[in-house]
Design a protein around this ligand. Structure first.
Ligand SMILES: Cc1cc2nc3c(=O)[nH]c(=O)nc-3n(C[C@H](O)[C@H](O)[C@H](O)COP(=O)(O)OP(=O)(O)OC[C@H]3O[C@@H](n4cnc5c(N)ncnc54)[C@H](O)[C@@H]3O)c2cc1C
Length: 423
């Protein structure tokens, strides 16, 4: 929906750089900026297979989440110490991005309006109660909403109970990442439309692309789920490429918006982590996100997209029966990178190879944190946030295929079934 970006600069020929960063999503953009801040004289090559914003970093639901948000857990909170540390990391990312957005006047519909959690049925209501208890234990503010109050915000009587937590920020993610890329410091050279096909690690790592090669002694991996495609890095099998899908309704007309009622902009996370995330965007469209599918080949799958679109249409109609016949104008999928234990391979995974991959579904904050902190780690800067990051466990190892695929698919299917009408 944004205007076309200016022409890309793909890599042509062989270059050398002090640093190379693979992937210009949230993690890659944050790593590039932080490195450039710390080493203004270093040459930094940032390589992106597509245009910035065309991948998951630009095509997500735009929740910048400050609170713990474990997709595996029904109450979203767990160990108090770990939760408080997670909150510090997430808020560090929000503060960092807020500062950049303000300094560079990035127009990305930045809204400090928090997030709603919505429950539809009994088990969802129970999950919200557990979440509220967890938040009280963390001394985090929140307010609860009954069905009528949920309707006053969302316009629909679909939700029986809700909880509002004020710390999350909502953004237009494509505008955010495009703005971040345009505001990169001068010693970062961004090569878009430049897919890396192979990586040879050594004293000088060599990254081979369609029309060139990059040599650099230091490589930062910020390619999230796609890191599983490069065999020699020891990540394959431990990080799980899982797709989730989004749809955006067509623009609602003024009479339709009036019929819908509620507030002009809100974002709702389902009480069940496998349920449906819904956002009413400030510009009058509704965004639906649900469905998790294990896709080790990292493609959305055309046939699957058609099925997802129909499922999203049903999710929309169940919630917004006052708006019949509204088409989902866009439907897409994007790769998340999950691990079984919520761990991350953050750190130096081979001499001169640093990993900022695997955001466990929370790329806006975790991706930014991983990227910023990996740059600090790689140049030897110490900080409390970095200490916290280094304490996060490494990914649990997994059984080989086909057992792995069977396990992930059946777990996802069971959880989706359990989500019931929260979907
Ligand atoms: C529909 C949907 C909704 C979501 N909603 C939210 C949300 O509300 N809040 C939230 O926090 N997260 C959300 N996410 C997750 C979030 O988008 C990701 O976690 C985030 O994008 C991860 O950021 P990243 O920079 O680590 O990786 P990515 O955004 O995946 O970036 C990696 C980049 O590396 C590039 N790359 C990969 N391989 C190569 C190669 N060989 N050569 C060159 N470049 C390469 C890719 O093109 C990509 O741009 C959602 C995701 C989807 C799909």
């Amino acid at each position: 929906m944004l205007p076309s970006p200016p022409p890309a600069t793909p890599l042509r020929g062989d270059i050398k750089a002090d640093w190379v960063i693979l992937g210009a999503g949230l993690a890659g953009l944050a790593a590039a900026r932080r490195l450039a801040e710390l080493q203004p004289d270093a040459s930094i090559a940032l390589v992106e297979a597509r245009r910035v914003g065309f991948g998951a970093a630009g095509r997500n639901s735009g929740f910048m989440i400050d609170l713990p948000h474990d997709l595996n857990s029904h109450d979203y909170t767990g160990d108090r110490t770990k939760d408080l540390q997670q909150i510090r990391l997430n808020r560090g990312a929000i503060d960092y991005l807020r500062d950049i957005v303000q300094r560079h006047s990035i127009d990305c519909d930045w809204r400090e309006q928090g997030k709603l959690h919505g429950a539809v049925e009994k088990h969802g209501i129970k999950a919200l109660e557990a979440f509220a208890k967890g938040l009280s234990g963390l001394d985090e503010p929140y307010s609860t909403l009954n069905a009528a109050e949920m309707k006053a915000v969302t316009g629909t009587d679909f939700y029986q109970a809700g909880l509002h937590a004020p710390g999350a920020v909502l953004v237009q993610p494509a505008a955010l990442v495009r703005g971040l890329a345009a505001a990169l410091p001068e010693n970062v050279q961004l090569y878009e439309d430049t897919a890396v096909h192979s990586i040879e690690t050594g004293a000088r790592h060599v990254l081979v692309t369609d029309h060139g090669r990059i040599q650099s002694p230091r490589l930062i991996l910020a390619n999230n789920a796609y890191a599983s495609q490069f065999g020699g890095l020891g990540l394959k099998g431990n990080i799980l490429p899982v797709y989730t899908y989004g749809s955006l309704s067509r623009q609602l007309r003024p009479d339709e918006l009036e019929r819908l009622g509620g507030e002009e902009s809100w974002g709702l996370i389902p009480a069940d982590p496998m349920g449906t995330t819904v956002r009413r965007m400030g510009f009058g469209r509704i965004c639906i996100r649900n469905s998790f599918v294990y896709r080790p080949g990292i493609t959305a799958g055309r046939q699957h997209l058609a099925r997802v679109k129909a499922a999203h249409q049903r999710s929309f109609e169940r919630r917004f029966s006052m708006l019949p016949g509204i088409d989902m104008e866009y439907t897409w999928g994007g790769a998340l990178c999950l691990t079984r234990n919520g761990g991350t391979p953050f750190g130096e995974i081979a001499p001169g190879v640093f990993s900022a991959v695997c955001q466990n579904g929370l790329g806006l904050t975790s991706g930014t944190t991983s990227g910023k902190l990996i740059a600090e780690y790689a140049v030897g800067i110490e900080s409390e946030l970095l200490d916290i990051m280094l304490q996060i466990p490494k990914p649990a190892s997994n059984p080989p295929e086909p057992l792995l695929g069977l396990g992930v698919r059946s777990t996802l299917a069971w959880k989706e079934w359990h989500a019931g009408s929260e979907l």
